[in-house]
Design a binder for this molecule. Structure first.
Ligand SMILES: [Zn+2]
Ligand SMILES: [Zn+2]
Length: 122
C-alpha cells in the first residue's frame, strides 16, 4: 500500500492554496484518477454544481421521504370512499361506503340540495 501524505496545491480558479489530503489522494487513486485536482474544494463544488445542475444531484433537495400529500395515515381520520356524484357526475369522496341504492352527492350538490329542500316553496 502506498503511503499518502497531504500535499498543498494551488487552485486554478481562485489561486488559493488548498490541501489535497492523503485520504483524497487515496480516493483518487482508487477511482483511477491520475490527475491531481486543479481546483480547491469550494471551486470544485461550484464547478460541479454548475455543470450538473440539471440533475439536482443529492443537493439537499427535499423529496426524500417527504411522503408527499398522500399521507395514508388514516388513523383516527374518517375513512373516505371515492364515489361519483349522482347530481353532477363529478368524482367525490364520501365518508361512507356508497351502497349503490342510495344517491351520492358531492359536497356542492349536497349543499345545493339541502338549500333547495329547505327553501322548498312551490
Ligand atoms: Zn478555488
Ligand atoms: Zn355534484
Amino acid at each position: 500500500m502506498d503511503q499518502y501524505s497531504d500535499i498543498t496545491l494551488k487552485c486554478r480558479d481562485c489561486g488559493n492554496d488548498f490541501v489535497f489530503t492523503a485520504g483524497e489522494q487515496q480516493f483518487y487513486a482508487e477511482k483511477g484518477f491520475t490527475n491531481k485536482p486543479s481546483r480547491c474544494p469550494s471551486c470544485r463544488a461550484a464547478y460541479k454544481s454548475s455543470r450538473d445542475s440539471s440533475l439536482s444531484y443529492s443537493s439537499g433537495g427535499g423529496s426524500y421521504g417527504g411522503g408527499g400529500s398522500y399521507g395514508g395515515g388514516s388513523r383516527g381520520e374518517r375513512q373516505m370512499y371515492p364515489a361519483v356524484c349522482d347530481e353532477c357526475g363529478r368524482e367525490t369522496m364520501v365518508p361512507f361506503q356508497p351502497s349503490g341504492n342510495k344517491p351520492v352527492y358531492c359536497s356542492d350538490c349536497f349543499a345545493n340540495r339541502r338549500q333547495q329542500s329547505s327553501y322548498s316553496r312551490y
